[in-house]
Design a protein around this ligand. Sequence first.
Ligand code: PXP
Length: 257
Amino acid sequence: MTQRYLRLGVNIDHVATIRNARGGGHPDPVRAARQAAAAGADGITAHLREDRRHISDDDIRRLIESIELPLNFEMAATGEMLKIALQHRPHAACIVPEKRQEVTTEGGLDAAGGASALRPYCDQLADAGIRVSLFIDPDRIQLEAARALGAPVVELHTGAYCGAFIEDMNGARAKAELARIVAAAALAEELGLECHAGHGLTFDSVKPVAAIPSILELNIGHFLVGEAIYVGLEAAIKRMRNIMDQARSDGLGARIA
Ligand code: PXP
Protein backbone atom coordinates (compact mmCIF):
# COMPACT_ATOMS: atom_id res chain seq x y z
CA MET A 1 0.00 0.00 0.00
CA THR A 2 1.37 3.44 -0.82
CA GLN A 3 1.85 5.77 2.08
CA ARG A 4 -0.64 8.62 2.15
CA TYR A 5 0.40 12.17 2.95
CA LEU A 6 -0.48 13.36 6.43
CA ARG A 7 -1.56 17.01 6.51
CA LEU A 8 -0.78 19.30 9.43
CA GLY A 9 -3.39 21.86 10.38
CA VAL A 10 -2.00 24.45 12.77
CA ASN A 11 -4.49 25.76 15.31
CA ILE A 12 -3.69 29.40 16.11
CA ASP A 13 -6.29 29.96 18.85
CA HIS A 14 -3.75 30.40 21.60
CA VAL A 15 -1.83 33.11 19.80
CA ALA A 16 -5.08 35.02 20.24
CA THR A 17 -5.28 33.90 23.88
CA ILE A 18 -1.95 35.64 24.54
CA ARG A 19 -3.02 38.75 22.63
CA ASN A 20 -6.28 38.94 24.55
CA ALA A 21 -4.50 38.74 27.90
CA ARG A 22 -3.54 42.38 27.33
CA GLY A 23 -5.93 43.54 24.63
CA GLY A 24 -4.51 45.29 21.57
CA GLY A 25 -3.21 43.51 18.52
CA HIS A 26 -0.03 41.69 19.56
CA PRO A 27 0.65 38.85 18.93
CA ASP A 28 -1.48 38.66 15.81
CA PRO A 29 -2.88 35.20 14.92
CA VAL A 30 -2.92 36.18 11.24
CA ARG A 31 0.83 36.74 11.32
CA ALA A 32 1.14 33.36 13.06
CA ALA A 33 -0.90 31.79 10.26
CA ARG A 34 1.49 33.24 7.68
CA GLN A 35 4.45 31.85 9.61
CA ALA A 36 2.71 28.49 9.86
CA ALA A 37 2.36 28.46 6.07
CA ALA A 38 6.05 29.29 5.65
CA ALA A 39 6.94 26.47 8.06
CA GLY A 40 5.04 23.83 6.08
CA ALA A 41 1.55 23.77 7.57
CA ASP A 42 -1.10 22.49 5.18
CA GLY A 43 -3.98 24.35 6.77
CA ILE A 44 -4.98 26.76 9.51
CA THR A 45 -7.53 25.95 12.17
CA ALA A 46 -9.32 28.54 14.29
CA HIS A 47 -12.16 28.12 16.77
CA LEU A 48 -14.51 31.06 17.12
CA ARG A 49 -15.98 30.35 20.53
CA GLU A 50 -19.30 31.68 21.65
CA ASP A 51 -17.58 33.75 24.37
CA ARG A 52 -14.81 34.94 21.95
CA ARG A 53 -12.18 34.08 24.55
CA HIS A 54 -9.45 33.78 21.92
CA ILE A 55 -10.22 34.10 18.18
CA SER A 56 -12.40 37.11 17.30
CA ASP A 57 -14.83 37.71 14.46
CA ASP A 58 -12.32 40.09 12.93
CA ASP A 59 -9.58 37.41 13.06
CA ILE A 60 -11.80 35.11 11.02
CA ARG A 61 -12.48 37.84 8.48
CA ARG A 62 -8.76 38.67 8.15
CA LEU A 63 -7.78 34.99 7.92
CA ILE A 64 -10.24 34.44 5.11
CA GLU A 65 -9.08 37.57 3.29
CA SER A 66 -5.34 37.20 3.64
CA ILE A 67 -4.38 33.56 4.10
CA GLU A 68 -3.88 31.24 1.16
CA LEU A 69 -3.97 28.01 3.15
CA PRO A 70 -7.37 26.38 3.62
CA LEU A 71 -9.14 27.51 6.80
CA ASN A 72 -10.75 24.92 9.03
CA PHE A 73 -13.35 26.91 10.98
CA GLU A 74 -14.21 25.23 14.26
CA MET A 75 -17.70 26.06 15.39
CA ALA A 76 -20.43 25.02 17.78
CA ALA A 77 -23.75 24.10 16.21
CA THR A 78 -25.49 27.40 16.88
CA GLY A 79 -27.42 29.73 14.62
CA GLU A 80 -24.87 32.50 15.19
CA MET A 81 -21.89 30.35 14.12
CA LEU A 82 -23.73 28.94 11.13
CA LYS A 83 -24.45 32.47 9.93
CA ILE A 84 -20.76 33.42 10.25
CA ALA A 85 -19.65 30.26 8.43
CA LEU A 86 -22.08 30.90 5.59
CA GLN A 87 -20.92 34.50 5.35
CA HIS A 88 -17.20 33.63 5.09
CA ARG A 89 -17.39 30.21 3.44
CA PRO A 90 -14.18 28.68 4.83
CA HIS A 91 -12.74 25.59 3.20
CA ALA A 92 -14.02 23.42 6.06
CA ALA A 93 -16.16 23.69 9.16
CA CYS A 94 -15.49 21.36 12.05
CA ILE A 95 -18.50 21.14 14.34
CA VAL A 96 -17.41 20.83 17.97
CA PRO A 97 -19.31 20.63 21.25
CA GLU A 98 -18.94 23.77 23.33
CA LYS A 99 -19.61 24.43 26.97
CA ARG A 100 -19.10 27.94 28.24
CA GLN A 101 -17.35 26.89 31.47
CA GLU A 102 -14.87 24.43 29.95
CA VAL A 103 -11.17 25.27 29.65
CA THR A 104 -10.94 23.46 26.31
CA THR A 105 -13.16 21.20 24.20
CA GLU A 106 -13.89 18.31 26.54
CA GLY A 107 -14.95 15.17 24.74
CA GLY A 108 -16.42 14.81 21.30
CA LEU A 109 -19.71 15.80 19.80
CA ASP A 110 -22.64 13.48 20.45
CA ALA A 111 -23.40 12.94 16.77
CA ALA A 112 -25.53 9.91 17.62
CA GLY A 113 -27.69 11.44 20.35
CA GLY A 114 -27.85 14.87 18.72
CA ALA A 115 -28.33 13.79 15.11
CA SER A 116 -31.62 15.54 14.50
CA ALA A 117 -30.31 18.85 15.88
CA LEU A 118 -27.06 18.55 13.88
CA ARG A 119 -28.60 17.62 10.56
CA PRO A 120 -29.69 21.13 9.47
CA TYR A 121 -26.18 22.45 10.24
CA CYS A 122 -24.48 19.70 8.25
CA ASP A 123 -26.89 20.19 5.36
CA GLN A 124 -26.62 23.97 5.16
CA LEU A 125 -22.83 23.97 5.42
CA ALA A 126 -22.58 21.29 2.74
CA ASP A 127 -25.01 23.17 0.48
CA ALA A 128 -22.73 26.21 0.75
CA GLY A 129 -19.77 24.11 -0.45
CA ILE A 130 -18.11 23.94 2.98
CA ARG A 131 -16.53 20.62 3.86
CA VAL A 132 -18.16 19.42 7.07
CA SER A 133 -16.18 17.65 9.73
CA LEU A 134 -17.54 16.33 13.04
CA PHE A 135 -15.25 16.28 16.08
CA ILE A 136 -16.13 12.98 17.76
CA ASP A 137 -14.73 10.50 20.24
CA PRO A 138 -13.21 7.40 18.64
CA ASP A 139 -16.39 5.31 19.03
CA ARG A 140 -18.22 3.16 16.51
CA ILE A 141 -21.62 4.65 17.33
CA GLN A 142 -20.37 8.19 16.69
CA LEU A 143 -18.68 7.23 13.43
CA GLU A 144 -21.82 5.56 12.18
CA ALA A 145 -23.86 8.61 13.17
CA ALA A 146 -21.42 10.90 11.32
CA ARG A 147 -21.82 8.80 8.22
CA ALA A 148 -25.63 8.85 8.53
CA LEU A 149 -25.45 12.65 8.78
CA GLY A 150 -23.58 12.75 5.47
CA ALA A 151 -20.45 14.39 6.91
CA PRO A 152 -17.49 13.65 4.61
CA VAL A 153 -14.95 14.05 7.42
CA VAL A 154 -14.59 13.10 11.07
CA GLU A 155 -11.95 14.40 13.43
CA LEU A 156 -11.17 11.95 16.23
CA HIS A 157 -10.70 13.53 19.65
CA THR A 158 -7.25 12.47 20.88
CA GLY A 159 -7.60 14.16 24.28
CA ALA A 160 -8.18 10.99 26.32
CA TYR A 161 -5.18 9.31 24.67
CA CYS A 162 -2.94 12.35 25.22
CA GLY A 163 -4.01 12.63 28.86
CA ALA A 164 -3.18 8.98 29.47
CA PHE A 165 0.11 9.35 27.54
CA ILE A 166 1.24 12.20 29.80
CA GLU A 167 0.48 10.12 32.89
CA ASP A 168 2.33 7.05 31.62
CA MET A 169 3.21 6.74 27.94
CA ASN A 170 3.68 2.96 28.26
CA GLY A 171 0.76 2.39 30.60
CA ALA A 172 -2.30 0.27 29.93
CA ARG A 173 -4.58 3.28 29.65
CA ALA A 174 -2.46 5.00 26.97
CA LYS A 175 -2.33 1.74 25.01
CA ALA A 176 -6.08 1.23 25.31
CA GLU A 177 -6.84 4.81 24.23
CA LEU A 178 -4.48 4.49 21.28
CA ALA A 179 -6.11 1.19 20.30
CA ARG A 180 -9.49 2.98 20.26
CA ILE A 181 -8.08 5.56 17.84
CA VAL A 182 -6.51 2.89 15.63
CA ALA A 183 -9.81 0.97 15.46
CA ALA A 184 -11.88 4.12 14.87
CA ALA A 185 -9.59 5.29 12.06
CA ALA A 186 -9.91 1.91 10.35
CA LEU A 187 -13.68 2.01 10.73
CA ALA A 188 -13.82 5.56 9.36
CA GLU A 189 -12.06 4.35 6.25
CA GLU A 190 -14.44 1.40 5.93
CA LEU A 191 -17.39 3.80 6.19
CA GLY A 192 -15.91 6.08 3.53
CA LEU A 193 -15.19 8.92 5.96
CA GLU A 194 -12.01 10.99 5.70
CA CYS A 195 -10.34 10.72 9.08
CA HIS A 196 -8.59 13.56 10.92
CA ALA A 197 -7.46 13.67 14.55
CA GLY A 198 -6.37 16.15 17.16
CA HIS A 199 -6.35 17.62 20.64
CA GLY A 200 -3.51 17.66 23.10
CA LEU A 201 -0.87 16.24 20.74
CA THR A 202 2.81 16.84 21.49
CA PHE A 203 6.13 15.91 19.83
CA ASP A 204 5.99 12.58 21.70
CA SER A 205 2.31 11.65 21.69
CA VAL A 206 1.91 12.52 18.01
CA LYS A 207 4.16 9.66 16.83
CA PRO A 208 1.81 6.66 17.12
CA VAL A 209 -1.12 8.74 15.86
CA ALA A 210 0.80 10.04 12.83
CA ALA A 211 1.65 6.45 11.97
CA ILE A 212 -1.99 5.36 11.60
CA PRO A 213 -2.26 5.13 7.81
CA SER A 214 -5.93 6.08 7.42
CA ILE A 215 -5.57 9.35 9.33
CA LEU A 216 -5.01 12.09 6.77
CA GLU A 217 -4.82 15.24 8.88
CA LEU A 218 -3.78 16.26 12.38
CA ASN A 219 -4.85 19.54 13.95
CA ILE A 220 -2.41 20.77 16.57
CA GLY A 221 -2.37 24.06 18.46
CA HIS A 222 -1.69 24.53 22.15
CA PHE A 223 1.57 22.58 22.28
CA LEU A 224 2.99 24.35 19.21
CA VAL A 225 2.18 27.80 20.58
CA GLY A 226 3.77 26.77 23.89
CA GLU A 227 6.91 25.49 22.15
CA ALA A 228 7.07 28.70 20.14
CA ILE A 229 7.95 30.50 23.39
CA TYR A 230 11.22 28.55 23.49
CA VAL A 231 12.16 27.98 19.87
CA GLY A 232 9.88 30.17 17.75
CA LEU A 233 6.74 29.15 15.90
CA GLU A 234 8.36 28.20 12.61
CA ALA A 235 10.92 25.94 14.29
CA ALA A 236 8.23 24.28 16.43
CA ILE A 237 6.03 23.60 13.39
CA LYS A 238 8.96 22.34 11.30
CA ARG A 239 9.94 19.94 14.05
CA MET A 240 6.36 18.68 14.39
CA ARG A 241 6.19 18.23 10.61
CA ASN A 242 9.41 16.20 10.61
CA ILE A 243 8.29 14.00 13.50
CA MET A 244 4.96 13.34 11.78
CA ASP A 245 6.67 12.45 8.50
CA GLN A 246 9.15 10.18 10.21
CA ALA A 247 6.44 8.37 12.21
CA ARG A 248 4.38 7.99 9.05
CA SER A 249 7.18 6.32 7.17
CA ASP A 250 8.15 4.17 10.15
CA GLY A 251 4.56 2.89 10.29
CA LEU A 252 4.44 2.66 14.06
CA GLY A 253 0.65 2.59 14.05
CA ALA A 254 0.41 -0.64 12.12
CA ARG A 255 2.76 -2.34 14.58
CA ILE A 256 0.86 -1.10 17.61
CA ALA A 257 -2.48 -2.26 16.13
N1 PXP B 1 -9.10 19.80 16.97
C1 PXP B 1 -10.20 20.34 17.55
C2 PXP B 1 -11.54 20.02 16.98
C3 PXP B 1 -10.08 21.22 18.64
O1 PXP B 1 -11.18 21.75 19.21
C4 PXP B 1 -8.78 21.56 19.10
C5 PXP B 1 -8.63 22.51 20.24
O2 PXP B 1 -9.15 23.74 19.91
C6 PXP B 1 -7.69 20.99 18.45
C7 PXP B 1 -7.87 20.10 17.41
C8 PXP B 1 -6.28 21.32 18.84
O3 PXP B 1 -6.03 20.93 20.14
P1 PXP B 1 -4.70 21.42 20.85
O4 PXP B 1 -4.77 22.91 20.92
O5 PXP B 1 -4.76 20.76 22.18
O6 PXP B 1 -3.55 20.94 20.01
